[in-house]
Structures are given as structure tokens and as C-alpha cells.
Design a protein around this ligand. Structure first.
Ligand code: PNS
Length: 161
């Protein structure tokens, strides 16, 4: 059984993440979407809120081989604990590349078995990021093109607080 982990901040989940989750779930027997801590990124949603939004999305999309979890340590420790095979990341543009390349190299240095596989984003989502969605919502803009309608109200209400 091939187990993949898709880590990220998911603050909050967007159509861009969902597209990667859906494609990765078809490539591996099981996919864990892992809400992880990025110490360089201040988050607006708590880990529990981010997991809840992801769980609802995964359930709504009928992705039965996808689990949502969180971890507040090193990704590679979780990877080893779960005896995973692959780390999945999404690549939107060349600007993502250097950062993602460094993380993949560092993770492989920490655990030689940790292969990172990159899925390139669908072209219509290459500009999309959680920070952009948050900024638009905070100023009262319409984010319905970026997040699913069944979690839209919750995201908007939470960001307006
Ligand atoms: O969505 P992001 O913020 O770009 O995801 C980055 C994330 C959370 C995957 C990365 O910061 C991470 O792996 N955090 C867990 C802690 C860790 O292992 N850091 C070292 C990475 S080389």
C-alpha cells in the first residue's frame, strides 16, 4: 500500500489545494492531508478549524481514501511514524520552486526514504493562495471563486471578526 502525505498550512483550504488533494488521492492508495506548522507563517484559523474545513471538503468530494490529520512537529517525524512513502506538494509557479526544492532536499537529508513528488497546479489556480483569499475576505471582497460554497460563509464570518 502506497501512503502519501500532503502537508501544508491550509489557512484556509482553497480550490487550489482541493485540486491537488483530488489528483493525489487517485495516485496513491491512501493520502493524509496534514495540517502542519509553518513557523514563518502567522495563521488566521486554528489547527482545529483548518482540519474541520478540510474534513468537510474531503467528505463533500467523496474522497474516501483521504484522511485529515495535524502535527505540530517536524514533518519528517510524522512521515516516519506513519511509515509513509511519499510527500506530495503542489507547485503553482516558478516562484514556489526554490522554497519547495529546499524543503524537499532538507527532508530527504533528514530521512533518505522521504521522496517528495510535485504536482503542478491546474493553470487556473496558479495565482491562488490562502493569503490572497484571506486578504480579499478581510476587506469584504467576494471569495466565491476561490473556496467551495459549503464552507464560504464560515470563512468569511471568521475573517471578518
Ligand atoms: O502551506 P505551507 O505553509 O507552504 O507549508 C509549509 C509546511 C507547513 C509544509 C512546512 O513549513 C512544514 O513542513 N512544517 C512542519 C515543520 C517542518 O518539518 N519544517 C521543516 C521543513 S524542511
Amino acid at each position: 500500500m502506497k501512503l502519501a502525505i500532503y502537508p501544508g498550512s491550509f489557512d484556509p483550504v482553497t480550490f487550489g489545494h482541493m485540486e491537488i488533494i483530488s489528483r493525489a488521492s487517485k495516485l496513491f492508495d491512501k493520502l493524509i492531508v496534514l495540517v502542519s506548522v509553518n513557523p514563518l507563517k502567522p495563521c488566521s484559523f486554528s489547527i482545529e478549524e483548518r482540519k474541520e474545513l478540510l474534513r468537510e471538503t474531503v467528505q463533500h468530494e467523496g474522497l474516501t481514501n483521504v484522511e485529515v490529520d495535524s502535527y505540530d512537529g517536524l514533518l519528517i517525524d510524522y512521515f516516519t511514524e506513519r511509515n509513509a512513502d511519499v510527500i506530495v506538494k503542489g507547485l503553482r509557479a516558478i516562484s514556489d520552486f526554490e522554497y519547495e526544492f529546499q524543503m524537499a532536499q532538507a527532508n530527504r537529508r533528514l530521512c533518505y526514504k522521504a521522496e517528495t513528488i510535485f504536482l503542478t497546479s491546474k493553470s487556473e489556480y496558479t495565482y491562488l493562495s490562502s493569503s490572497m483569499v484571506k486578504q480579499i475576505a478581510m476587506f469584504g471582497g467576494d471569495i466565491s471563486d476561490f473556496v467551495p460554497e459549503y464552507i464560504l460563509d464560515r470563512i468569511v464570518t471568521r475573517l471578518k471578526k
